[in-house]
Design a protein around this ligand. Structure first.
Ligand SMILES: [Zn+2]
Length: 253
């Protein structure tokens, strides 16, 4: 039995408010969502429809992993799914979780990470809504993009939000982890947005910022010609260099 945690962690609140700063162009109105693992049994997630910039403790709900992970093998109707998500609240008086609670549970659990930040950044979505979406996800343009965002991003073709999208993300993340033997840092959803996965709140903020910068550079490179990507060899070399691993550890806090 999972016991309720009394307060929403300050780091989750800080990260969510910073993501929501309007000038960052990452989310508007109630877009996007954040989550943080409490322990092996439960996690906090933003409630459905809450804006991020001025969010407070009432904007989050604690959810048990097990009943949400069980949904991946179920064949429930839409109404039954909604009920099951509400039943997964650790405190039954909590508000409704984000509709994306399924992918948060699956990624926190499957990648064994502590934080997720999901946004719809202007610069990134301009690419994800174009024919170059997968090209952006699979390549790297400059060393710090490779160091912080990983050797490539997981790319998920457009899928209906909710459980179908959560299943598609789970499948693509597994393929990435089979190839690289570690969790991805960035997941890009075609025609939808960005998911950043990490172990600290600062890592989520830093990787989100670097992915947005990479999106601006990619768009600029496409505007003046064809982007020139780093070679696979150069990407893996810089990603695994001891001095760059040291810098990455400093960046993620
Ligand atoms: Zn979204």
């Amino acid at each position: 039995m999972t016991t309720p945690t009394s307060t929403v962690p300050a780091e989750l609140l800080r990260m969510t408010r910073l993501i929501g700063v309007p000038a960052h162009n990452l989310v508007v109105v109630g877009e996007g969502n954040t989550s943080m693992r409490v322990d092996a049994d439960s996690f906090w997630i933003k409630c459905s429809g809450r804006g991020m910039h001025e969010i407070d403790e009432r904007g989050f709900v604690q959810i048990a992993f097990a009943p949400i992970l069980d949904l991946f093998d179920s064949d429930l109707s839409a109404d039954a799914l909604q009920t099951a998500m509400m039943d997964a609240r650790v405190d039954p008086s909590g508000a409704r979780p984000s509709v994306e609670v399924t992918f948060h549970a699956s990624v926190l659990h499957g990648c064994a990470v502590n934080y997720i930040g999901h946004t719809h950044p202007l610069a990134v979505n301009g690419i994800l809504c174009s024919t170059r979406a997968e090209q952006f996800a699979k390549n790297r343009l400059f060393p710090d993009e490779a160091v912080l965002c990983g050797p490539e991003s997981v790319f998920v073709p457009y899928t209906d939000p909710g459980l179908p999208l959560a299943r598609a993300i789970r499948d693509q993340v597994r393929l990435y982890m089979d190839q690289y033997e570690e969790a991805p840092k960035v997941i890009l959803l075609q025609n939808h947005g960005l998911i950043v996965v990490g172990n600290t709140a600062q890592e989520i903020l830093n990787v989100t910022a670097m992915c947005v910068k990479a999106a601006g550079i990619f768009t600029g490179a496409c505007a003046v010609g064809e982007p020139v990507f780093m070679s696979r060899e150069d990407i893996m070399h810089i990603y695994k260099r001891p001095d760059e691993i040291y810098r990455r550890q400093l960046f993620v806090g």
